[in-house]
Design a protein around this ligand. Structure first.
Ligand SMILES: [Zn+2]
Length: 156
């Protein structure tokens, strides 16, 4: 299968991953593959469990954050994160997801968000800092362990 994305310079944000054709809502845009398990969190790590951090292979680590993302996360059989289109994406549109979909807390990113969306939260936050409304909007598109952590926190 030909990949439907490529790495390009993003205006003002370094590099980003862009669609090279129109993508339909529900399509798997990028298939996740774990490159390496890590001992602890790292600025380019993905959190895949309460205490599990990994590097994803390929361009997944290059996908930029947006507070109004067009992709979300589905955990695949290997435990890695697939990126799935939450809405239709046009050719040449930047592929984005919300870092809060995979990280409970954000330790390593600059606090200010430059995503430029109309609903920008102003800062890049983790799952624990999202409003319930945003969590509801992301239902079905976040790493499952985040929901497990929520339950633990609320049951305390
Ligand atoms: Zn933002």
């Amino acid at each position: 299968m030909k990949e439907c994305y490529q790495l390009k310079k993003a205006s003002g944000r370094g590099e980003g991953v862009f669609a090279v054709r129109a993508i339909d809502a529900g399509e798997t845009v990028m298939v996740g593959e774990i490159e390496k398990e890590l001992e602890e969190n790292h600025s380019h790590a993905s959190q895949i469990g309460e205490d599990r951090y990994v590097f994803h292979a390929g361009l997944i680590s290059k996908v930029n954050h947006s507070c109004d993302p067009n992709c979300g996360i589905k955990v695949n059989e290997s435990g890695a994160h697939d990126f799935v289109a939450m809405r239709d994406i046009s050719n040449d549109e930047e592929i984005t997801f919300d870092y809060a979909m995979r990280n409970y807390g954000i330790d390593y990113f600059p606090k200010e968000c430059g995503c430029g969306s109309e609903i920008c939260r102003g800062t890049i936050t983790g799952w624990k800092d999202l409003s319930q409304k945003t969590k509801n909007n992301y239902e079905g598109f976040v790493a499952g362990y985040l929901l497990d952590l929520d339950k633990l926190v609320y049951s305390k």
